[in-house]
Structure formats: structure tokens, C-alpha cells
Design a protein around this ligand. Structure first.
Ligand code: TLP
Length: 352
């Protein structure tokens, strides 16, 4: 049961699908609000202060989505024509509608990582010499955890090495921490330890934490001031949005620790799947709440597998012809994992 309603599907398409719990809704309903465009929403102000503290930054700003958080960061750090170095499967390059080019006029220099993780030496090679022929290498974007890397946790040393290199070469670093909470819970490293190596950090409340809406960007006071102007420009200035910030405050107080359950469930899914013939997955690599696997593809494509699984009450996300992504979250129980594995067993067994 979720929020007093029977669950129709076990929904593993994303951790964005969670519904606010009754306790979260109560806190939202009772939130004190004001006009945030005037900076007068006390609940948003409290959330911004809390997240800035958690991330060890001077200030943070509340925005509607992770995409806006990343794009405000890119916009605030760059000039049109600049180049942004990032990983080829990263979110800003692939899944933000071309916003970097459209809104900031930047171009991307993509590097191939291992499960989304880059080495400082790769970044070093990508930085352009100072020459009028070349774009100006301005920003490096990293993603922790890495979504298409299968929820991989960026080793802190690699972030630190890339950051030191960027600083030495005059580049800035943005960390897409949509799932930084998961990274921190899995590694035991505090969010601010990761954040200290980045000039800006975005975090999401509506993924693993289970809030219905909301992300924040944190950084220096100057950076946040610029981001504030661009938030208005991008149409992200909200008014009595304290009702949304309240959900975030609730989530930070009550849903952080439980991410461990999501990680355990994902691990069990990965282990179970690894036993099925034709499935290619290394359960060791499932570090957080995202499971990505390939399967021998003779008779059904991943979208077709998704259709059959749907009939069995399980929603999954096909991300390639023979590749599937599963994400565990607040609304998926340990018992659900058994049901999902049973359904997969039947579907995948029928493949040759
Ligand atoms: N990712 C979503 C959708 O894009 C598909 C998902 O289901 O995983 N950074 C990272 C690493 C993300 O995974 C996402 C969302 C975002 C940024 C953007 O967040 P939103 O969807 O709030 O704009």
C-alpha cells in the first residue's frame, strides 16, 4: 500500500516516480510560505540554508528540477562559445534537451568514462591550449552517482585529482549530485567532502529522497547571486513554493538513512538477475540504487521485454535494444524484489 492506495505496478523505471508519504504531505500542508521571488518564503530559506550547510557552501538556491540546477550552473559559469568537458553518457549532454547549447551557447567535449567515471589524465588531454582557434575550456562537469554508469560512485580521489587539475588550468568544476545522497550513503563519505572539490553542486530532492519536486544548487555567494538572476531568466522563480521545500526538509530528515534499503534491494536484484541465463551483469558493480543489465537478444528487444513485464505488473526502463535499467526507491519493498525476479525469470527464460 502507498498513501492508503493499493499499488498497481511495481515501478522500477526511475526513483523519480515516488509519491509523497502521508507524513510528508502533512508537513507540506502545514508549511509556512511567502513570496520566494522576494526571498520571503521562510521554508525555502530554511531548506536553502540547510542544504548549503550540508554541502559546505556559502549559499544554495531552490529550483524546480535537476535539469534547471545543472543548466543554471553551466550558464552561471560560462560564456557563449566556451567548452564544457564531461562524460559521454552524462545527464547534461544526453538528457537535458540540448539545453547547454540552447541556453548557454556552450559546446560539449565528451570523454568516454568507465561506468561514467573519468580520469584526470583524460580531462587534461581535453583541455584546449590557449589559442584563438580554439574554444575556451571553461568547465568540467562530473556526475555522482553516475546514472548511466549504473549508479556508480565516483571515487573521492578521482574527483579531487580532476578538481586540482581543473583549478591549476583555470577551469571550474560542477558536480551533478542528483544522487549525491546515494553516493554518500554507499561510501560513508559526507556530501560536503565531495562538494568541496566543486565550485557548484546540484542535488535533487525528488529522486531517492522521495520529495515530489525540487532540486538545489549550492556554491559561493557570488555564484548563487548569478544563478538567481538566471533562475528568473529561465522562468524558475516560484512564489509560495515553501510547500515544496517542506517536502525536501522532511525528506532530508527522514529519508536519507533509508537509502541503504534501496541499495540492498538493488544489490539483491542484480544478484538474482546474474543467475539468469543470457543476462550480463556484474552484481559487484551495483553500488547504489541503479541496476543496468544487458541480455542476449534473439527474440525480444528491451522495449518488448518491458511490455511483457508490464503485463506482469512490473514497470522497467529499456535504455537500449537489449539493455534495461531498474531503479529502486522508497516505494519498492524487499518483497517487491522477489516478485520482480520471479517475473524476470519467466520472461527471460522464454528467450533463447
Ligand atoms: N534523471 C532521470 C530522467 O532524466 C530520466 C532519471 O530517471 O534518472 N542529473 C542526473 C544524474 C539525473 O539522473 C537526472 C534525472 C537529472 C540530473 C535531471 O533531473 P530532473 O529530471 O529533475 O530535471
Amino acid at each position: 500500500m502507498i498513501g492508503g492506495r493499493m499499488k498497481k505496478f511495481i515501478d522500477l523505471r526511475s526513483d523519480t516516480v515516488t509519491k509523497p508519504t502521508p507524513a510528508m504531505r502533512k508537513m507540506m500542508a502545514e508549511a509556512e510560505v511567502g513570496d520566494d521571488v522576494f526571498g520571503e518564503d521562510p521554508t525555502i530559506n530554511a531548506l536553502q540554508k540547510k542544504v548549503a550547510e550540508i554541502l559546505g557552501k556559502e549559499k544554495a538556491i531552490f529550483v524546480p528540477s535537476g535539469t534547471m540546477a545543472n543548466q543554471l550552473s553551466i550558464k552561471s559559469h560560462t560564456q557563449p562559445g566556451d567548452e564544457v568537458i564531461l562524460e559521454a553518457t552524462s545527464h547534461p549532454f544526453n538528457f537535458e534537451g540540448g539545453a547547454g547549447a540552447a541556453l548557454s551557447g556552450v559546446q560539449f567535449f565528451c570523454l568516454k568514462g568507465v561506468r561514467g567515471i573519468l580520469e584526470a589524465s583524460q580531462v587534461e588531454e581535453a583541455i584546449r591550449p590557449i589559442d584563438h582557434h580554439f574554444p575556451v575550456s571553461r568547465l568540467v562537469c562530473l556526475e555522482n552517482t553516475h546514472n548511466r554508469g549504473g549508479g556508480s560512485v565516483y571515487p573521492l580521489k578521482k574527483i579531487a585529482d580532476i578538481s586540482k587539475l581543473a583549478k591549476a588550468k583555470g577551469l571550474l568544476v560542477h558536480l551533478d549530485g542528483a544522487r549525491l545522497w546515494n553516493a554518500s550513503m554507499a561510501s560513508g563519505i559526507k556530501p560536503k567532502e565531495y562538494a568541496r572539490w566543486a565550485d557548484s553542486v546540484s542535488v535533487c530532492l525528488s529522486k531517492g529522497l522521495g520529495a515530489p519536486v525540487g532540486s538545489l544548487v549550492a556554491g559561493s555567494a557570488d555564484f548563487i547571486d548569478r544563478a538567481h538572476r538566471f533562475r528568473k531568466m529561465f522562468g524558475g522563480g516560484m512564489r509560495q513554493a515553501g510547500i515544496l521545500a517542506a517536502a525536501g526538509l522532511y525528506a532530508l530528515d527522514h529519508h536519507l538513512e533509508r537509502l541503504k534499503e534501496d541499495h540492498e534491494n538493488a544489490k539483491r536484484l542484480a544478484l538474482g538477475l546474474s543467475e539468469f541465463k543470457g543476462v550480463s551483469i556484474d552484481p559487484e558493480q551495483t553500488e547504489t540504487n541503479i541496476v543496468i543489465f544487458d541480455f542476449a537478444n534473439r527474440e525480444m528487444t528491451a522495449p518488448q521485454v518491458a511490455e511483457v513485464m508490464k503485463k506482469k505488473g512490473v514497470l522497467i526502463h529499456p535504455i537500449g535494444k537489449a539493455q534495461i535499467r531498474l531503479v529502486t526507491h522508497l516505494d519498492v519493498s524487499s518483497g517487491d524484489i522477489d516478485k520482480v525476479l520471479e517475473a524476470f525469470k519467466r520472461v527471460l527464460r522464454s528467450l533463447r
